[in-house]
Design a protein around this ligand. Structure first.
Ligand code: UD1
Length: 364
């Protein structure tokens, strides 16, 4: 169990916004397994309260849960009534296509609610924050694999813009919170001061590549509402006969087989990266840093189909269709920084991730 000065004899509370979502739910389980007390803040706009009971079944304990938008601070007084050791901010809308049609919604949720939530964390002196960013900030990289120093490209969708702006907001917040900490240290060192100096908020910006798969128990996984936009949920639905066929978006790209290349990683590996990022912030209080989270390997769409068929023995009905607007050709991570500093790298293969995604699809 992870015990600290502020929480003697107790698990440290970690507020997880979007904790009922795909990556959030797996991270809540990983946090609990690592000895923390995850607390979920999720208005369930894109998930379901069944996820809560599944998580509780997996960990064998009940979870503190607030069914509200993380920006609705007036409904969260109970959350802030007890100390919060850290926060992981997942809550966001995440459909690239939808964001093009509903930009106001993406700005309001991904930036407006986020800003109110972060201000509340700062107000309550929360010292560790992990932010859910995306490799989308790199756009079409000029060098592969792409490392954290690669220049960002202008966002091609409101969704991508909100990830860039969310990172930038947190850089400003880090600077402001460091300035607050410096002035409180000055005050504490003056003769009449009795208060403990304030600590700057430490922040980890995590740039995810393509998370796929599901918990091996098949109790939790990805629950797309309506027609899935992402490859793996569409593929598993096509394999299950729920869709006529998977359309491969283009096979005339400049890649080995003509289809786009991405870095797919198992959601349980990604969940463990959040625990590693939190541990890193505990070791280096007040720090801010960026980490790519990917496997380091690129796979084409046809590779994914073939690997799925080999892992499950189930054929994927598919055909080649036109390109999808806005797709980058090829992007995969240089993941060495996360390995060197967080001590994290992916452990589960594409084969395992697709087998787990299929087990999840079958039980749905
Ligand atoms: C993008 C973002 C990612 C973001 C995600 C949110 C990039 C590089 N990645 O992922 O950061 O979190 O959106 O949704 O910007 N495909 C098909 N047929 C389908 C569906 C997908 O061929 O029916 C192909 C796509 O063309 C792509 C690959 O599968 O080459 C993966 O697509 P998808 O799962 O949608 O993820 P990205 O677009 O890579």
């Amino acid at each position: 169990m992870n015990q600290g000065d502020d929480f003697p004899g107790e698990r440290r509370r970690i507020a997880v916004t979007g904790g009922a979502g795909f990556i959030g739910s797996h991270t809540v389980v990983a946090l609990y397994e690592a000895g923390y007390a995850p607390v979920i803040v999720d208005d369930l706009r894109n998930s379901s309260d069944e996820v809560l009971s599944k998580i509780e079944g997996l960990i064998g304990a009940s979870i503190e849960f607030y069914s509200v938008d993380c920006g609705d601070i007036s409904s969260l007084s109970q959350l802030f009534a007890a100390p919060i050791h850290g926060a992981i901010h997942f809550a966001a809308d995440k459909s690239v296509g939808e964001s093009v049609n509903e930009p106001e919604q993406y700005f309001a949720n991904n930036l407006g609610s986020m800003a109110r939530w972060i201000a509340a964390l700062r107000h309550h002196g929360v010292q560790h924050l992990v932010f859910s960013s995306s490799c989308t900030v790199y756009g079409e990289p000029t060098l592969l694999p792409v490392d954290e120093k690669a220049p960002q490209q202008e966002a091609t969708s409101p969704y991508g813009y909100t990830k860039q702006a969310g990172e930038q907001l947190l850089r400003y917040v880090h600077a402001a919170s460091s300035a607050d900490a410096a002035s409180s240290a000055d005050a504490a060192s003056s003769a009449d001061a009795t208060s403990k100096p304030q600590q700057a908020m430490g922040i980890a910006l995590l740039r995810y590549f393509n998370p796929i798969g599901a918990h091996p128990s098949a109790a939790i996984g990805e629950l797309p509402i309506g027609t899935p936009a992402n490859l793996v949920p569409f593929l598993t639905q096509a394999a299950a006969g729920l869709r006529d066929e998977l359309v491969v978006f283009g096979n005339n790209y400049p890649t080995a087989d003509g289809t786009c290349v991405r870095d797919y990683l198992h959601v349980c590996d990604l969940a463990e990266a959040h625990v590693a990022a939190l541990a890193h912030l505990e070791r280096t209080p007040g720090d801010i840093d960026i980490f790519n989270l990917g496997s380091g390997s690129g796979h084409s769409v046809l590779d994914v189909i073939r690997t799925f068929e080999a892992a499950t023995g189930v054929a994927v009905p598919h055909r080649i269709g036109p390109r999808r607007a806005g797709d980058v050709v090829s992007v995969y991570a240089a993941a060495d920084k996360a390995a060197d500093i967080l001590g994290w790298r992916t452990k589960r293969s594409l084969h395992v991730a697709l087998a787990d995604a299929w087990r999840w699809q079958q039980q749905l």
